[in-house]
Design a binder for this molecule. Structure first.
Ligand code: SF4
Ligand code: SF4
Length: 116
């Protein structure tokens, strides 16, 4: 399989994974938010996962703005939750995590089970 396909697959699973981490793995999510370090540099990389978000506005100088910032989905503010999220943008993000994190694996079977 091509690298591009692998990356697309990783990003698609990443969106699903974040949704379930926020909804169903609250202790892990909250712990990760506490351990997240840094500030968003408004590069917009996480707003172009899989597709360019229609609310993303590119501004001069290379940074980006969210045109619905105050009302953006929780998943947007939650990026990145951990190093696995960072891998989706090839670690091109100004947030870091202080220590090596265990990556929570959510297999599709598990997702389906908990969604029932
Ligand atoms: S990739 Fe990271 S630094 Fe860039 S906009 Fe998203 S959260 Fe901010
Ligand atoms: S809604 Fe805003 S923060 Fe969320 S992906 Fe779109 S531009 Fe980015």
């Amino acid at each position: 399989m091509s690298n591009k396909f692998q990356k697309t697959k990783r990003q698609a699973l990443g969106k699903i994974r974040r949704f379930f981490l926020i909804k169903l793995k609250k202790p892990y999510f909250e712990q990760q938010m506490e351990e997240r370090q840094g500030e968003c540099n408004q590069c917009g990389n996480c707003c172009e996962l899989l597709f360019k978000c229609p609310f993303l506005v590119k501004v001069e100088g290379g940074s980006s703005l969210c045109s619905i910032y105050e009302n953006r989905p929780k998943q947007c503010a939650a990026f990145p939750i951990d190093n696995r999220c960072l891998s989706e943008v090839d670690f091109d993000c100004s947030y870091t995590f202080g220590k090596k994190q265990d990556i929570v694996q959510i297999e599709s079977a598990s997702i389906m089970h908990q969604a029932d």
